[in-house]
Write a protein that binds this ligand. Structure first.
Ligand SMILES: Nc1ncnc2c1ncn2[C@@H]1O[C@H](COP(=O)(O)OP(=O)(O)OP(=O)(O)O)[C@@H](O)[C@H]1O
Ligand SMILES: C=C(C)CCOP(=O)(O)O
Length: 246
């Protein structure tokens, strides 16, 4: 089973509100369709927000820890994410990938400690029935805080853990995690060893950029890869491009 995240920074133009990067999304959809044609089974796709969701969340002062009890604000963020989700689904369906949406707002929540609870029975059943579930970063109910943002990276970690993923891929706008000289770090197994080079996203981003990704992935049993769009096909083909986190 593979959990693949398409970074919002890849499929959108992250510094222009609600702007898709149509070419990049088509390229990603082509790679997924080619892998499906070649017999790849059991793929779960998660996509991030990029210029959909982060701007809205930032405007409303909502993050993974700061919540809102204003339903209109929650729906504004959720609406931006479902708009992007429809674009992603359409590109996959056009290529005969049997993609179906799973909207975290209606399925997941956080407890008082901020811990994400994501039931995965529906995702597991979709996979067994030959569908490709497509989840996305979203807002979710958060006990004691209203509604907070859940990042695609957190969803990837929760899915990988619960469904015992064999491989995890994060396709981002960079070729991997970069060191101080901008060279791709081959392997990371210790957060503190790389913490000084891990920054936030360069664009509006309420969920923690590269540091959040590495931290979430280090906690997992399975190895994960962080790589750029140019390496998506290779990853789906079984290779470990970019940075491996274990
Ligand atoms: N050491 C690092 N190596 C690579 N990228 C880094 C590093 N430190 C910070 N970054 C930033 O992290 C960004 C990737 O994180 P970001 O959260 O924007 O990606 P994403 O998951 O593709 O997008 P989204 O969060 O919208 O889904 C890079 O574009 C870069 O600006
Ligand atoms: C900002 C929202 C709603 C989603 C964030 O998901 P991410 O881009 O994976 O961090």
């Amino acid at each position: 089973m593979i959990v693949l995240k398409l970074g919002g920074s890849v499929i959108t133009e992250k510094d222009r509100p609600e702007t898709l990067d149509g070419d990049a999304l088509e390229r990603a959809a082509d790679a997924i369709a080619a892998a499906a044609d070649a017999g790849l089974e059991d793929l779960v796709v998660v996509h991030g927000g990029g210029s959909f969701g982060h701007h809205n969340a930032s405007e409303h002062g909502v993050s993974t820890t700061e919540g809102t009890r204003d339903a209109s604000a929650a729906l504004d963020i959720h609406g931006a994410m479902t708009t992007l989700n429809r674009f992603v689904l359409r590109r996959l369906l056009e290529r005969d990938v049997e993609a179906v949406p799973v909207h975290p707002l209606s399925a997941a929540h956080r407890d008082r400690g901020g811990r994400l609870e994501l039931p995965t029975g529906q995702v597991d059943t979709m996979l067994a029935e030959g569908f490709v579930p497509v989840l996305h970063g979203d807002v979710i109910a958060h006990a004691g805080a209203g509604a907070t943002v859940v990042s695609g990276d957190e969803l990837v970690a929760a899915l990988a853990r619960d469904l015992e993923a064999d491989r995890i891929g994060l396709c981002s706008t960079v070729s991997g995690v970069l060191d101080a000289d901008d060279a791709v770090i081959d392997r990371i197994d210790d957060f503190d060893a790389v913490a000084p080079v891990l920054g936030a996203s360069e664009a509006t981003d309420v969920t923690g950029g590269m540091a959040g990704k590495v931290r979430a992935l280090l906690d997992l049993e399975a190895e994960a890869s962080i790589f750029g769009l140019e390496a998506l096909e290779a990853f789906l083909d079984g290779e470990n491009p970019g940075t491996t986190i274990d």
